[in-house]
Design a protein around this ligand. Structure first.
Ligand SMILES: [Cu+2]
Length: 384
């Protein structure tokens, strides 16, 4: 066994002891097995794949922005494939999911969801993943857009105080989920907010079913999140002193498969009021919507999906004229719509209980001229 591999196993075992305090002894047996397997996989990859000569490629460093906004990017790629550098800093933090309801979130860059990254097919994604020593747990990242090594998760285990750099080639076009996937604790980390999405655009841009170029005036990223906040015997939501204290209770709620909250962008009302999504009549708006854990069915009340990639993969022709679209858990979808009327549009998960009772709703506020031809009040409500 190479010395480095031995050292890595020892390091992992030390880390497991630390996590035993948080995760409970039951999870540790399985976690130890998986960790050994994963460590070997990571080492194998490092030792068997020849270094790539990417020196001729241009490097671009991208500053990520918090959702629902998206960093500046080209819709049609110019030039050759690039190496696109991103940095995600992991933050374990208290997070308010609704007024007076607080949980310990695990986040990429402090937001739920993590930021949307945008590259083009054929580009290389080079991610620096930082786990500051102010955190308590080990984390990693699994990109559904990547090929091999558990989506990169096997190469990116970072303990508090460590960082790792992962590079992968974006070979599939579409919107894809990324999420944390630490052994023995995957669903806890994912349902504590540790997920986001990456958009890999075709180099020649998005196309309608006839092959015509589709460009957008605005793009928004909506990350839907199911949370499982425990309640006490009186039915009040509980909060915990530290991230580990809530683990056992939270796991119990998770195993019911009944979320206490289903929200857009981390919190009930995160996309309403002053934070509503903005657009103008005539603008082409592109909405990327991810759900890392659970199925969802986005719907724009009073509007449509002109072109929709329900499972988000751009080399499939988009569906047209959709009323509601279905995104399976563990995927991202994308919808393109030109707003034709002003007003406030609710954008919801059309499981209406999840939208209105659990929180999965946001608003678009659209400015512009009303079109009487599309709709008019022939008779305002009046006594019969
Ligand atoms: Cu994590």
């Amino acid at each position: 066994m190479p010395c480095r591999l031995m050292e890595k196993k020892v390091a992992n075992n030390i880390n497991l002891s630390r996590r035993a305090l948080l995760a409970g002894a039951a999870a540790i047996g399985a976690a130890a097995q998986l960790t050994t397997m994963v460590a070997a996989t990571a080492e194998d990859v490092a030792e068997t794949v020849a270094p790539l000569d990417l020196n001729s490629l241009e490097r671009v460093k991208v500053e990520l922005v918090a959702p629902p906004f998206v960093h500046a990017h080209e819709q049609v790629a110019t030039g050759a494939p690039k190496i696109v550098e991103f940095t995600l800093t992991i933050e374990e933090k208290r997070h308010e999911v609704d007024d007076g309801v607080e949980l310990w979130a695990m986040t990429f860059n402090g937001s739920v969801p993590g930021p949307l990254m945008v590259v083009h097919e054929g580009d290389y994604v080079e991610l620096t993943l930082i786990n500051p020593d102010t955190n308590l747990m080990m984390h990693n990242i699994d990109f559904h857009a990547a090929t091999g090594a558990l989506g990169g998760a096997a190469l990116t285990h970072v303990n508090p105080g460590e960082k790792a750099v992962l590079r992968f080639k974006a070979t599939k076009a579409g919107v894809f989920v990324y999420h944390c996937a630490p052994e023995g604790m995957v669903p806890w980390h994912v349902t504590s907010g540790m997920n986001g999405a990456i958009m890999v655009l075709p180099r020649d841009g998005l196309r309608d079913p006839k092959g015509n170029l589709l460009t957008y005036d605005r793009v928004y990223y909506v990350g839907e999140q199911d949370f499982y906040v425990p309640k006490d015997a009186d039915g009040n939501y509980m909060s915990y002193e530290s991230i580990g204290d809530g683990y056992a209770d939270t796991l119990e709620v998770m195993r019911t498969l009944l979320p206490s909250h289903v929200v857009f962008n981390g919190k009930v009302g995160a996309l309403t009021g002053d934070n509503a999504l903005k657009a103008n009549v005539g603008e082409k708006v592109f909405v990327v919507h991810s759900q890392a854990n659970r199925d969802t069915r986005p719907h724009l009340i009073g509007g449509h999906g002109d072109f929709v990639w329900q499972t988000g993969k751009f080399h499939n022709p988009p569906d047209v004229d959709q009323e509601t679209w279905f995104i399976p858990g563990g995927a991202a979808g994308a919808a393109f719509y030109t707003f034709l009327q002003p007003g406030v549009y609710a954008y919801v998960n059309h499981n209406l209980i999840e939208a209105f009772e659990l929180g999965a709703a946001g608003h678009f506020v659209v400015e512009g001229e009303w079109n009487d031809d599309l709709m008019t009040a022939v008779l305002a409500p009046t006594p019969i």
